[in-house]
Every structure is written in structure tokens, then in C-alpha cells.
Write a protein that binds this ligand. Structure first.
Ligand SMILES: [Zn+2]
Length: 63
């Protein structure tokens, strides 16, 4: 189980965290991927971040 490093809340449900999509605010990120940060819904601390594929046909690999 993940705990917030700031307020020590336990993330048990999807409502306990907030995924902030930064795709639109960061212009240098490719449109084919979505960069997001995960924040605590209780205090707003950033828990982590990552890149999620937004298109199902983007994972095949180009030849
Ligand atoms: Zn928190």
C-alpha cells in the first residue's frame, strides 16, 4: 500500500490520488504519449509521474 510522504494518507481508492495530465501544458511532449503526475488528493503532494501511451496503435514498433 502506498502512503503519502507529506500527510501520510493511505491510498486505498482511486479517489485518494489525482492524476494530472500535463500533456497540454508541456508543449515538447509528443502528442502520441501522455505525461502525467500523480498527486495526493488530500494535500496535493506529488507522489510520482510517468508516461502513458494514449493510442492503442502506438506500441507495434516501426519498421
Ligand atoms: Zn498527502
Amino acid at each position: 500500500m502506498v502512503h503519502c510522504p507529506e500527510c501520510d494518507a493511505t491510498f486505498q481508492t482511486p479517489e485518494d490520488v489525482v492524476f494530472v495530465d500535463t500533456d497540454s501544458s508541456l508543449g515538447f511532449i509528443s502528442a502520441s504519449k501522455r505525461y502525467y503526475t500523480m498527486e495526493c488528493a488530500h494535500c496535493g503532494a506529488v507522489i510520482g509521474s510517468g508516461v502513458a501511451g494514449a493510442k492503442s496503435n502506438a506500441g507495434g514498433g516501426a519498421t
